[in-house]
Design a protein around this ligand. Structure first.
Ligand code: SF4
Length: 386
């Protein structure tokens, strides 16, 4: 167990951890104090890791006392911290209500990427996703989302004067669909990027969505962070199967919305990251790669291929190395920057949604998948014999 624990659970106190600067200013006004106190407290908490008001030395004694009466800095609890031999660090974090979420830090040279969760479980039921198999529990609060960044930064000694800047990038790609928890995600992204907090560049904070188009259409009014799309298929028929929200918001609608977001950003040359999880004999054929290249030819994208990471409740299999290289080469030949995500933290199950312990297959999707493929095999056998 880590020594990071919830400070208090007094519901009468306002938790300041997830408040953006403007919301913190409103809080100070509401208790009859000056607005500039907000930036002082933000710096103490998010830059110096100080969560005890009594230690905030540039705040008067009276105000410190008042704050201890009406406010608190409350964190979720670190249940377990797992360190991989390759430097990947995974946190299992218990949030109020008892559920456990995951946060993963992945180092890569000078760069350190923190993968943050936005919901407990997920309602979108993507067929290849371990998180989706848990069903949806609840949205995380802004405090619980930014709390993951705080916990990870604190674990590296980053939150102190001259502390090492280990977290250079944040991706909202952990458990949950960020655009279904819009307000809390937007607030936490503000805190990640704000100069009085973590000061991470807008080019290094990425929101990844499976395609909640109405929310994506609003995103540009609230942030200028980077965008990733979990595509995973080059056509609607296959994507309907892998990412069911596609039935509601098909690929053309999703790409048009993503393009509007990117086009609306003040800086040019930004690209949408396309995430494509490759599964053996599902979406890894050359014709899929050619279809994907055709689909994306007029969209400013870079493509990230992710070899599927098998887990107990899924029948999908990892793509073969040959198919992976062939798929990548087709996209490169078509002119796309195409990278392959390397597997990290295998020894600590670092891939998203692969909680230590049991995952209840609440949706029985694996069984449906098995039955469907059994039926297909039987049909094929009848065809061959007949
Ligand atoms: S892939 Fe993302 S959106 Fe789909 S079920 Fe998993 S967490 Fe939810």
């Amino acid at each position: 167990m880590s020594d990071v624990q919830e400070v208090s659970t007094n519901p009468a106190k306002t938790n300041l951890l997830g408040l953006t600067q403007s919301k913190m200013e409103a809080f100070f006004e509401s208790i009859g104090e000056k607005r500039f106190r907000a930036q002082q407290v933000l710096k103490w908490v998010h830059q110096l890791g100080v969560v005890d008001f009594e230690q905030m030395s540039n705040i008067s004694k009276d105000l410190r006392h008042k704050l201890t009466q009406v406010a608190e800095i409350r964190f979720p609890t670190v249940e377990q911290q797992l360190d991989s031999v390759d430097g990947t660090r995974k946190f299992l974090i218990r949030v109020e209500g008892g559920s456990v979420i995951e946060t993963v830090f992945i180092p890569d040279g000078e760069r350190g990427t923190l993968c943050v969760s936005s919901q407990v479980g997920c309602s979108l039921d993507c067929s290849f996703c371990a998180t989706g198999k848990q069903g949806f529990n609840r949205d995380l609060t802004a405090a619980e989302i930014i709390g993951q960044v705080w916990i990870a930064a604190q674990s590296f000694g980053q939150l102190q004067v001259g502390g090492p800047r280990r977290i250079t990038n944040v991706v909202l790609m952990g458990m949950g669909e960020p655009l279904l928890n819009f307000d809390n995600v937007v607030d936490s992204m503000h805190l990640m990027m704000h100069d009085n907090c973590y000061g991470i560049s807008k080019r290094r904070v990425t929101l990844s969505t499976s395609g909640v188009v109405p929310a994506l259409d609003r995103l540009g009014e609230h942030t200028d962070a980077c965008l990733a799309i979990s595509l995973h298929a080059p056509n609607d028929a296959l994507r309907n199967e892998l990412v069911p929200i596609n039935k509601k918001y098909p690929i053309a609608m999703l790409l048009a919305s993503a393009k509007r977001y990117i086009d609306g950003l003040p800086d040019t040359h930004r690209k949408i990251t396309i995430e494509y999880t490759l599964m053996d004999h599902v979406n890894d054929r050359p014709e899929h790669a050619h279809e994907l290249a055709e689909l994306l030819k007029d969209v400013p994208v870079k493509i990230n291929l992710i070899p599927f990471n098998p887990f107990a409740q899924s029948d999908y299999k990892r793509v073969s190395n040959n198919s992976l290289r062939r798929f990548q080469n087709i996209l490169i030949d078509a002119g796309f920057v195409t990278t392959v995500r390397t597997t990290r933290g295998d020894d600590i199950d670092a891939a998203c949604g692969q909680l230590a312990g049991n995952i209840n297959d609440l949706t029985r999707r694996a069984e449906r998948y098995r039955n469907k493929h059994l039926a297909q095999q039987q049909e094929d056998a009848v065809r061959i014999i007949g």
